[in-house]
Design a protein around this ligand. Sequence first.
Ligand SMILES: Nc1nc2c(ncn2[C@@H]2O[C@H](COP(=O)(O)OP(=O)(O)O)[C@@H](O)[C@H]2O)c(=O)[nH]1
Ligand SMILES: [Mg+2]
Length: 379
Amino acid sequence: MTPESYKPEWVPENASEAFATKFVKGIDGNLSNTNPYIQQNPQQVKKRKSLTPDEYVEGVLKGDRVILARAITLIESKSQNHYELSQEVLNKLLPYTGNSLRIGITGVPGAGKSTLIEALGLYLISQGHKVAVLAVDPSSSVTGGSVLGDKTRMEELSRQQNAFIRPTPSGCELGGVAFKSREAILVCEAAGYDVILIETVGVGQSEIAVRSMVDFFLLVMIAGAGDELQGIKKGVIEIADALVVNKADGDNIQKAKLAQAEYAHALRYLTPTTRGWRPKAYTCSAYTKEGIPELWNVIKDFEKITKDNGFFYERRKQQNIDWVFSMIEAKLKKLFYNNPAVLIHLDEIRNAVLNNQLLPTTAADKLIQFFKESISVDF
Ligand SMILES: Nc1nc2c(ncn2[C@@H]2O[C@H](COP(=O)(O)OP(=O)(O)O)[C@@H](O)[C@H]2O)c(=O)[nH]1
Ligand SMILES: [Mg+2]
């Protein structure tokens, strides 16, 4: 079969053959003629039918992983329609959320977070848990790439019936990623996942955002990299509930133990973030799996202690309230910067500040005044 070809309309009349591409007419009928892959998977080429809110809800509650993945895609979508639909779905799912242990895992790229998550995830599944893995990756918004790396795919874990892995959130600003991750946690819980592992990188604000959505926060370190090299500011150690020196295997065991002792010492001088809990340092190997069950025991102890003293529930309530207000801030900010009256004056006022003709405070007041006036007209 030779597909008929056309010159596109926008090609100049006298253009030579070399000027432009030809359009190849679309192929009707049997797609497998052109793509052998399609032949093997004819059902995959069917256009996806859009789901109603109730279909999403039912699918998620049944634990259907395909629908769960689609629900998260819906949540991550930037379209207003999808946003409204996702809110409807989430509100219906709300009564079924909350029943998981939410665990954040941070550390510099290469510390072994993904490998550790896979090892821990497999261990948890062997213990009868259902494990969901999410990622908060601040770089994906800027570069389109991922600093969480290839291992985020977690091939062995992803083959498990009781695992759900969502490697990278689709690009949006960190604040947005954080909001969407919170909602993704909720749908995973509604789908019956009782342990949610959230991987993020210790390279900026992302760990603060993740701390604000999890119950337990684990910092993964490696021996001999030096604090600066690991990019670990004191602030990150302070918000961790445990610190684990990974790659304690082979020749590295002694170094790992030494690092553990140093961190254990340092932790003694920090004020714990979780009431009734003193963070400690441990070692483990995501390769040999040594220390993985012990790490889980630490997390279980943490859960028990904080549930007994009530802090677990208090923190979750506080996180929900913080979520409301940071959402308001994010939305107001967006309204402000997309406001036509603000947009008209923004450059002029920015230049006035740059040229020292206007005090920054006055500049802010002026812009807010434009914003307020335009809003009152709208009402
Ligand atoms: N020796 C050893 N290597 C590990 C261990 N965990 C991870 N790695 C290796 O360290 C590299 C980075 O691992 P990865 O999980 O992608 O790190 P992440 O960037 O923190 O997620 C990979 O080459 C892993 O195979 C471990 O326990 N022992
Ligand atoms: Mg990773």
